[in-house]
Ligand binder design. Structure first.
Ligand code: NAD
Length: 248
């Protein structure tokens, strides 16, 4: 898939899925603005990308919505606009309902949802002016139920699905598409801390129609499609990339 000359902004770019997505867009010819709070990994990501094209890492803490707005404004003016926004960063602390404080709940919503709103606020005027834009929100299979002790995260993913539909309706007349990718359980570093890796692996395979584990490349491919001109007539959709776990 070719995205030559496209300018892409990806949050959570040094994470398990973000890393592969960032490199996939660079390999497809796009220039990637990679945001995260892991400067050392950010430098390594820039190095890894340099053999194919351009990736610029910026250290931006999504809890600071003012900093998000300022950084996006300066990126937009430096690049002359952005074609694709991928709201990928997330935090997912796991505790029981009683163990969560209201502050922790709010922090999850700030990083996972409000930062996405801040990015769209900063980007929208320029996308509207060019009558072109692709916004991709990253949801989760957990939104369909099946996981306890994650309620702030699951709520945040529900909010992103709602935003996807509301924004698609509102921004469609301006030539901007808004879609979401819902990854299944993709084995990344986060999964390695599971107390029973073999049992968890089997739990996932039992639920999938396809009997192999997904990979970060599988998610990156869906993002590439939704960021490209091949998806120009698709908006407001939630694309499950989960090996046939959820089928609606
Ligand atoms: N890996 C999976 O199996 C899976 C499944 C369903 C959904 N997802 C979703 O995919 C996306 C990527 O997940 P992942 O597996 O790569 O997770 P990850 O934890 O590896 O990556 C998340 C990235 O977000 C960054 N981040 C966290 N807080 C931040 C902040 N305050 N400011 C800036 N950056 C911050 C982290 O530094 C990290 O690099 C998330 O939205 C996640 O909910 C992942």
């Amino acid at each position: 898939m070719k995205l030559d000359g496209k300018r892409v902004l990806l949050t959570g770019a040094t994470g398990g899925l973000g890393w592969e997505a960032a490199l996939a867009f660079v390999r497809a010819g796009a220039t990637v603005e990679a945001l995260d709070i892991q400067p050392e990994k950010g430098r390594r990501l820039e190095d890894a990308a340099s053999k194919w094209g351009s990736l610029f890492y910026a250290d931006v803490d999504l809890r600071d919505l003012q900093a998000v707005a300022e950084n996006l404004t300066s990126i937009i003016s430096a690049r002359g606009g952005l074609d694709v926004l991928i709201n990928n960063a997330a935090i997912y602390p796991a505790r029981t309902f009683e163990e969560y404080s209201l502050e922790e709940y709010r922090e999850v919503q700030t990083v996972n949802v409000e930062a996405a709103v801040a990015c769209v606020k900063a980007l929208l005027p320029e996308m509207k002016a060019r009558r072109h834009g692709r916004i991709i929100n990253v949801a989760s299979v957990t939104f369909y139920g099946g996981w306890a002790n994650l309620y702030p995260y699951v709520a945040s993913k529900g909010a992103l699905v709602g935003l996807t539909r509301a924004w698609a309706r509102e921004f469609g007349p301006h030539g901007i598409t808004v879609n979401a990718v819902s990854p299944g359980a993709i084995p990344t570093d986060a999964e390695k801390i599971h107390p029973d890796p073999a049992g968890y692996n089997q739990f996932v395979l039992d639920r999938q129609a396809l009997k192999r584990r997904g990979s970060p490349e599988d998610i990156a491919n869906a993002m590439l499609f939704l960021g490209s001109d091949y998806s120009s007539f698709i908006t407001g959709q939630l694309l499950n990339v989960d090996g046939g776990w959820v089928m609606h």
